[in-house]
Ligand binder design. Structure first.
Ligand code: G4P
Length: 540
């Protein structure tokens, strides 16, 4: 007999959309909310400039539409499903946030612009999903414009990403002639009727058998022949559908559509929810934790401050891995080794932040954070263990940060501290006498811009960012490490992290290897010594 826990797990789907900027992620998100009944009229998103710095693409929707969707997860229901859509920030640069968010997802939707094909950011994000082994669905977008031929897109997925695609449907026409998608399983065509208002409302669609006079009347002889030929080619030469391969991330179910006109959005959503897996468990220090474990457990994958500028609040986002979360419950905070009350949890519905009474595996809850959470923290009821699923990063760009106005130094420091806790930057202290300005380490260059923007807008301090010539950071563990004597003009500099652990910044690989060879008595780590190596991502 299935329990309430089993039933809630079975109906949940938690996923993220991965794409290159401009492929249409914001538009598709909005359309999914429209179909999920969470909003009633979709409007095209225009706040593009604001979006560049927005921590969330949804902030752009919020600005444009005046609804509160600024959050890291949107939950909506669709038919019997409870759907959690996780936001991945749209920065052009390598983004740690995105990687961490993916650790909370059970499936990914790879959105590609059918005219542009696979783009650089798509490749990076795809690789992370591959590493995690999560199922990857492909949505070829903007079919309302002339783009690449569908077979060419499939080929590109294989050549560039090394994944085979299984088209679940096939476009009928393209550009202004894009009229529908042929569903391979039912051999019916979803025929769409444009409503001419940029997809503000759900599109009219009818299911017409491919082998019918109505369908024949709709297409010219040559159009019909082309589609028949393509489908025959797929049936004979393409892969066989295998749910196992899909679930293991080895075969990508592919869909065609236009997020702007809504063509193909519902067929995609229906099939996606059927094929995507329910919430999976996660690895921990005590083995794999199944979602069906009766007691509550979860991990923090993101911390966000100032979500509501009028409140200066800070929210820790926790993915529930097992058991049931009940309002007001307490759980054991394994890093602090104490029981904490999970205060003011909010779940992020599309239209408002709602206080919630319960949450289940796959859900994300936002915990009010008075400063006690860090990314990667585990909260658990019952036997304790630590989740080991949120990746950490070794910074690759460094800069000395100063306040332009000395009177604003306090504000700057507060902002830096805050951003460090959010996991956007790492702060290091210089060790030489009189060198009081902090060094900031980031993974992608763009984070310096985000830093400047946020410290100015959220903390009112203008800062100067003086880039340093270092490219690698290594924490040092060893019996006789003399931090001060270790500096080597311009090639390496010893600093201290926020926990007081020493680390060395190296100019280049040569400088790093030189130190390694000269000091066999020391161990150099790409992460702070208290972290597990397996959770650290070093890009070189
Ligand atoms: P992103 O979040 O992935 O960065 O993309 P976003 O949804 O903001 O879309 C980027 C641009 O692509 C927008 O155009 C958007 O309207 C357009 N777009 C999204 N989906 C489709 C589609 O299916 N077909 C077509 N033709 N265009 C699509 P924009 O000109 O930058 O903004 P706007 O003036 O249209 O709002």
């Amino acid at each position: 007999m299935s329990t309430e826990l089993d039933r809630e797990i079975a109906r949940r789907r938690t996923f993220a959309i991965i794409s290159h900027p401009d492929a249409g992620k914001t538009t598709l998100t909005e359309k999914l909310l429209l179909y999920g009944g969470a909003i009633h009229l979709a409007g095209s998103v225009k706040a593009r400039r604001a979006k560049r710095y927005a921590t969330s693409d949804w902030m752009a929707i919020e600005k444009e539409r005046g609804i509160s969707v600024t959050s890291s997860v949107l939950q909506f229901s669709y038919r019997d499903h409870a759907v959690n859509l996780l936001d991945t920030p749209g920065h052009q640069d390598f983004s740690e946030d995105t990687y961490r968010t993916l650790s909370a997802a059970d499936a990914a939707v790879m959105l590609i612009d059918a005219a542009k094909g696979v783009e650089p950011q798509t490749i990076k994000l795809f690789k992370v999903c591959r590493l995690r082994g999560i199922p990857i669905f492909t949505f070829a977008n903007k079919l309302d414009r002339y783009g690449r031929a569908p077979l060419e897109l499939m080929d590109e997925l294989e050549q560039v990403l090394g994944i085979r695609a299984y088209p679940m449907n096939w476009p009928i026409g393209s550009g202004p002639d894009f009229r529908g998608v042929y569903d391979r399983k039912s051999k019916h065509v979803h025929v769409f009727t444009a409503e001419g208002r940029h997809g503000e409302t759900e599109v009219q669609e009818r299911l017409v058998p491919w082998d019918s006079d109505e369908m024949r009347g709709m297409l010219s002889q040559s159009e019909r022949e082309k589609v028949s030929e393509d489908i025959e080619l797929l049936d004979i030469g393409g892969d066989e559908f295998s749910l196992d391969k899909v679930r293991q991330g080895q075969l990508s179910p592919m869909f065609f559509g236009s997020a702007m006109t809504n063509f193909g959005v519902r067929p995609f959503l229906d099939a996606f929810l059927e094929l995507a897996p329910p919430p999976s468990g996660r690895e921990s220090s005590k083995g794999f934790i199944e979602p069906t474990r009766e007691k509550f457990a979860g991990f923090v994958f993101k911390i966000q401050a100032n979500m509501d500028p009028s409140h200066r609040d800070r929210v820790a986002f926790l993915r529930v891995v097992s058991g049931r979360y009940d309002k007001g419950m307490s759980a054991f905070h394994t890093r602090l080794e104490k029981s904490v009350r999970l205060a003011k949890p909010t779940q992020f519905m599309a239209s408002e932040r709602t206080s919630i009474d319960d949450a289940w595996p796959g859900d994300v809850i936002g915990l009010f954070d008075p400063g006690q959470y860090r990314i990667g923290d585990t909260l658990v009821d019952g036997d304790t263990f630590d989740f080991e699923c949120v990746p950490r990063f070794s910074p690759e760009h460094f800069a000395i940060v100063r306040s332009k106005d000395p009177m604003k130094r306090k504000q700057m420091e507060k902002g830096l501290e805050q951003l460090a806790e959010e996991g956007t930057i790492q702060i290091f202290q210089q060790l030489q006498m009189g060198m009081k300005d902090p060094i900031v380490g980031v993974v992608g260059q763009l984070q310096f811009e985000v830093l400047q923007y946020r410290i100015e807008h959220e903390y009112g301090a203008n800062i100067l960012v003086d880039k340093l010539p270092y490219a690698h950071a290594r924490w040092v563990v060893g019996p006789k490490f003399d931090a001060k004597a270790f500096d080597w003009e311009g090639n390496r500099q010893t600093v201290q992290d926020r926990d007081g652990s020493p680390l060395v910044l190296f100019r280049d690989e040569w400088a790093m290897h030189h130190a390694l060879e000269k000091h066999p008595e020391l161990t150099f780590l790409a992460h702070a010594p208290q972290l597990k190596a397996s959770s650290v991502i070093v890009s070189h």
